[in-house]
Every structure is written in C-alpha cells, then in structure tokens.
Design a protein around this ligand. Structure first.
Ligand code: G6P
Length: 494
C-alpha cells in the first residue's frame, strides 16, 4: 500500500488516489442533445489494469476525443464523465490539429518507431515543425492545469505515453512535491535516431522531472539512458539517470493483458455460437489472422506481400488457407495514414484478383474493428496469427491471441521488432518483418508444424500471458513509484 490514506469520520479507510493521465480518456462520447451524452467505456488493457489496482482510488484525466466548444456542452460532458471517474481536458480544433495530428502522430510516433522525421519537415517546412512543437507544449500545459486543479495532497500522478512528455516538468513546476510517474507505451528509439529531433534536449529534460520513468523493455530503457548521457551529458546510474543534481528512477515494466477476461468470454454461449459459425465457414481451410490498427508501424503491406509470396511458391496451399486481416482505421486525418489505406487496398485487390476464384478469395480484408465477442471467437479458431510490426512498443494482439488459444494451440508468428518478442519469443516463430522471404517461410513452417511442437510452444506462451497480467504491471509500477518517492524524500533529509 502506497501510503496510509487516513480514515473517514465513519472509520472506513480512505484510499490514496491515483490520477492517471493519458492523451485519450478510455471512453467514447457521443452528444445526444444540448446537454446529454452517451458514454461508452473502453474495456482496454489499461482500464482493466487500473481497475485491478485495489489499493488506489483511480481517476482518469484526458481528452474525450470530441469537439465541444460551448459552455453547456463542456459542463454536461464533465458531469457525465465524473460519474465514470473521468475528468476531461478540452482541446480546441487547432490544438488537435497541431498537437495530436501534427507533433504527436506525424513527428514523435514515426520517429520513435524508426520511420524518421517526415521528409517535408526536414527541409522546407521547419516552421510547421516549430509551430507543432509549440502546440505540443501548450497542450501539455493544458493537461497540467487540469491535473493541478484536481490534485490533492497524497495523490499519485501517473502520466502515459509520448503525447505527454512535458507533463512531468509542468507538474513539478506547479508543485515540486507532487508524486509523478511517466510510462512510455511505444519504443524509445536508439539515441542516434532520437538526436535528429530538433527539440531532443527539451523533451528529455521534461521527462526527467518525473520521479519514476518506465519502459516496456530493457532496450528502450537503455536507449533512453544513452540519449540522456549523449544529448544532455547527464549520468546513467544503476537506479536511473542523474541530471542537474537530481535522480530520476528508471525501470522496465512489460505490460500484459487481463487474460481472465479473454479466457472467460470464450465460455459464453454467444461466443460459442460465433466459434461454430466461423468454424463452418472456413471448414477445410487453415485460418491465418492479422489484427492491427491501420498504421504504418504494423507492417501490413509487408505481411500481405509475404502471404502472396507463400501462395506463389506453394500452389498446393492456394485453396487451403485464408488470411483474415482486420485493419482498424486510426488517425484518419493524418495524410500518411490515408496513403497507407489506399496502398493496402491496392495490394489486397491485386492478390485477390490473382489467386481468387469465382467462389472465394485468399484475403479477407476488413477496414473496421470487431466487437469483443466476435474478436475472441476469431482468435480462438485461428491456426496462425501474424503479428509482423516493423516496430511496436509491446503489441498486445499477440497476448490476446495466445489467451484465446487453449483449445486450438495455434502458432504465433511474431516480429522480432515488437516488444512482445522479448516475452513470447520462445513460443513464437520470430521473424524480421522486412524480409518477405523469411516471413513466407515462417508461414510454411507454422502451417506444417506438428501438434506436439504447437502444444509445447503454446504452453510456454500461455503460462507467460496468464501470469504477467496488466494488473500485475500496474501494481508493480505504482509500488516502484512509492519507493522512488520515499527514497527521494530521504535524500532531501540527508
Ligand atoms: C498506441 C499509443 C496509445 C494510443 C493508441 C491509439 O497504442 O501508444 O497512446 O492511444 O495507439 O491511438 P490514438 O491516436 O487513436 O489514441
């Protein structure tokens, strides 16, 4: 337990509060009338992880993802969200454009995934990069204002992801005693990549204001430390980074999923019904599955080209295997994402034209998300899952697939550039997603794998996924934060 929260007058202990801050609230809001809203809470991994952290009373602060400019709307949405433990940050249209679409998703996201800075920003439009950076700082300040307004003594603030790198600094400027942690859900790239960023120093120093900094893998942590030592001249020490006389603790916290939620849902009659339908639909064929946001980091074109190569070189498999690719639309206002959508459609069309028959096609490509029940049913009937991200912080699709495979014992083909390769590598077939021949050969290996080998690999991964859960991850982070804060207080006393 982080700290004794004291007692209410009726003798019930008060839990310390955890303020979780992320760019997006785990809720989708739809306006029904002038002052009425329909809210749908997302049941993603982070939400279940935090619900599982019993020693805290968690509140969530973030952008509701909708444009609300009028006072009535802002007030009514704030009230509706309060009932769900959520506090909104209202971002105006220009800020969303410059901060979210611009600096977050067009600059930091590709850079952190080794795709470099956008070409047009390198030379001619440096000014747009500067204005996006200014909007990024402004948006981070808006988040800090809301956090500061709601912060009470004893609260722990946990900031999430690349959108909010300035938040630790701004919060500490408000209150140096605030307990602040920051966790990065993406990779942190090699310092050689990071140092191409014009605002490299400011970003690092802003993060270093946190008491605890967390990453998914040891490599990301190592890259961050070397960026700090090379760019800032700070010192890497066993506990973290020492900069300007202050220690920021740093540790590795690989995230997981709420595996029970997946294993239990498979028992529901409705899901069993879906499983039956899908099994009948694809009878006589092996099912290969990809589930990704339609993002350039996911390597969808490369994956489909590898599947084409496999069909080309293995005619005997042509009518015996199908690839289902669920491509969830995302960040659709960013031009790079629009280009990717057209590119994927073009490749899928070409391959289906080439290998399809009057009655069937080899690739079933869906530009949409699936409901949770349908998705779990699909995971469970899959023979081979293809997670071939070019870079990925962790990738929980690989975990979700494993959690749903207890009867089928399918094979996971996993990119060595996904954080998950470090935890599921022993059970999966690891591939370099850029090497289309290698991925094609892995497809052949997976489809022909003996039942004993599949069983052995599945057991290993299933044990990992069901023990290294999201809840454990969150508990570990907040308890480390507690230690970091106590240690810092002791150092000040000394
Ligand atoms: C990644 C990021 C998250 C982000 C998610 C969805 O997983 O690490 O912070 O929320 O993508 O992207 P979006 O831009 O729709 O929030």
């Amino acid at each position: 337990v982080l700290e004794d929260g004291g007692e209410r007058s009726d003798g019930i202990p008060i839990k310390p509060r955890l303020l979780v801050v992320s760019n997006r609230l785990p809720v989708s809001a739809v306006r029904e009338g002038e002052d009425s809203w329909t809210l749908e809470m997302s049941a993603g991994g982070l939400v279940s992880a935090l619900l599982g952290v019993k020693q805290f009373d968690a509140r969530w602060i973030g952008w509701a993802g909708v444009k609300v400019t009028d006072e009535v709307g802002q007030k009514s949405l704030t009230e509706a969200l309060a009932a769900k433990g959520c506090i909104p940050v209202f971002l105006d249209e220009e800020t969303v454009h410059q901060y979210y679409n611009g600096y977050c998703n067009n600059i930091l996201w590709p850079l952190f995934h080794y795709l470099g800075l956008p070409k047009e920003d390198r030379l001619s439009t440096t000014r747009s990069l500067q204005s996006q950076f200014a909007a990024y700082k402004k948006a981070n300040q808006m988040f800090a204002d809301v956090v500061n307004k709601h912060h009470e003594e004893g609260d722990v603030v946990w900031c999430h992801d690349y959108h909010l790198m300035f938040l630790p600094k701004f919060l500490k400027e408000y209150n140096s005693k605030m307990k602040v942690g920051w966790f990065l859900h993406t990779p942190f790239p090699s310092s050689e990549i990071h140092r191409t960023l014009p605002s490299r120093s400011e970003l690092l120093r802003a993060v270093l204001a946190a008491d605890l900094i967390g990453f998914h893998t040891y490599d990301y942590a190592r890259h961050f430390v070397s960026a700090c030592t090379r760019v800032l001249g700070s010192e890497g020490v066993p506990q973290g980074v020492e900069d300007q006389g202050r220690l920021a603790r740093l540790a590795v916290f690989p995230i997981g999923i709420d595996s029970d939620r997946f294993t239990k849902v498979l028992e529901l009659p409705e899901v069993q019904e879906h499983i039956k339908e899908l099994t009948e639909r694809f009878a006589g064929r092996k099912v290969m599955l990809g589930v990704d946001r339609l993002d350039m980091i996911k390597g969808i074109p490369q994956k489909i080209l590898a599947f084409e190569k496999f069909l080309e070189e293995n005619p005997c498999w042509r009518d015996k295997v199908v690839l289902i690719q669920i491509a969830v639309p995302t960040r659709t206002d960013v031009p790079e994402y629009q280009k990717l959508t057209s590119q994927v459609h073009e490749i899928v069309g070409r391959i289906n034209g080439r290998f399809g028959t009057l009655t069937d096609v080899p690739i079933h490509h869906l530009d949409r998300t699936l409901g949770f029940h349908e998705l779990c049913a699909l995971y469970s009937i899959t023979d081979v899952a293809l997670v071939t991200s070019l870079r990925d912080g962790m990738n929980l699709v690989s975990y979700e697939f494993v959690a749903c495979q207890n009867s089928k014992r399918g094979v996971l083909i996993l990119s060595e550039f996904a954080g998950a390769a470090q935890s599921l590598g022993a059970g999966a077939i690891l591939v370099n997603p850029w090497n289309i021949s290698e991925v094609s050969a892995a497809i052949g290996q997976a489809l022909n794998m003996s039942a004993e080998e599949r069983e052995k690999r599945h057991r290993y991964n299933f044990a990992h996924v069901t023990t290294h859960t999201a809840q454990r991850w969150a508990e570990f982070f907040v308890s480390e934060m507690n230690d970091a804060v106590i240690e810092a207080q002791n150092r000040i006393r000394e």
